[in-house]
Design a binder for this molecule. Structure first.
Ligand SMILES: [Zn+2]
Length: 247
């Protein structure tokens, strides 16, 4: 899914009380279909402020294949449930799912966004409602399935799955611990010149009990190096040992 989230609230003075601006503490999220095969989220938003619109009907968000437009803040109630001053209108966030364009993508966006809304509120899918639940309107109509609401149930299960992902993000795969072996014809680390002097000096220091006490590394490292027996793999192991002891 990919969508843009646009906040474009309708004005406080929008006619027909479409933004009553009464405070709301939402308890549920209600889903709808627009009932219009040609209408996009932008069309839905624009209809709320279209001068020819004389209805007292509004909603919080409209979702289509490419964007989600927030038309009302979710702490104000809308007129969308058909239940007067019941809990549908007074205590629910209403989302219009557009029917135009790529509907499968629109549903993907719906699954993702609604799951995020639930996650933010620490809610489960038991907080989801259909318009039908408030006033028996056949809405969201594309999920009715002759009364079985099979598509609705499928949508709820997909939102639930997405919510689980949000709660338990996949952990990064642990990197394999490199194993150091001294078997076979391992290459002996070859150091010469100035670097040799530095190596010698450093090895004497990190294996010094006088300086580091119990933290000092084993003298074996120094002996191996001096005897020309320190392999490349062992040198890497030595680096890790130094790092682990923080010396
Ligand atoms: Zn509806």
């Amino acid at each position: 899914m990919s969508y843009e989230y646009i906040i474009d609230h309708i004005p406080m003075n929008t006619p027909n009380d479409r933004r009553p601006a009464d405070r709301m503490v939402a308890e549920t999220i209600t889903l709808h279909n627009t009932g219009n095969e040609k209408s996009s989220a932008r069309n839905e938003r624009n209809w709320l402020t279209n001068p020819s619109n004389d209805r007292t009907a509004s909603f919080h968000k409209a979702i289509d294949e490419k964007e989600i437009i927030e038309c009302l803040p979710d702490n104000e109630h809308a007129w969308a449930a058909g239940d007067g001053r019941g809990d549908g209108n007074m205590k629910s966030i209403h989302i219009e799912i557009c029917e135009s364009g790529n509907y499968a993508l629109t549903i993907e966006n719906t699954i993702d966004h609604v799951a995020k809304m639930l996650h933010e509120r620490n809610w489960g899918v038991d907080k989801l409602r259909r318009h039908w639940d408030w006033s028996r309107k056949i809405c969201p109509r594309l999920m009715y399935d002759g009364g079985s609401w099979a598509t609705w149930k499928l949508l709820v299960s997909k939102i639930d799955a997405r919510l689980s992902e949000l709660k338990n993000p996949p952990k990064p795969v642990a990197k394999e611990t490199p194993t150091v072996t001294n078997e076979g014809d391992e290459n002996i680390m070859k150091v010469s010149g100035a670097l040799h002097q530095i190596m010698l000096q450093q090895l004497e220091e990190i294996t010094s009990v006088e300086k580091y006490g119990k933290t000092a590394l084993s003298k074996i490292w120094l002996t191996k190096y001096v005897n020309g027996e320190l392999t490349n793999s062992e040198a890497i192991a030595l680096l890790f040992a130094i790092r682990a002891k923080n010396i």
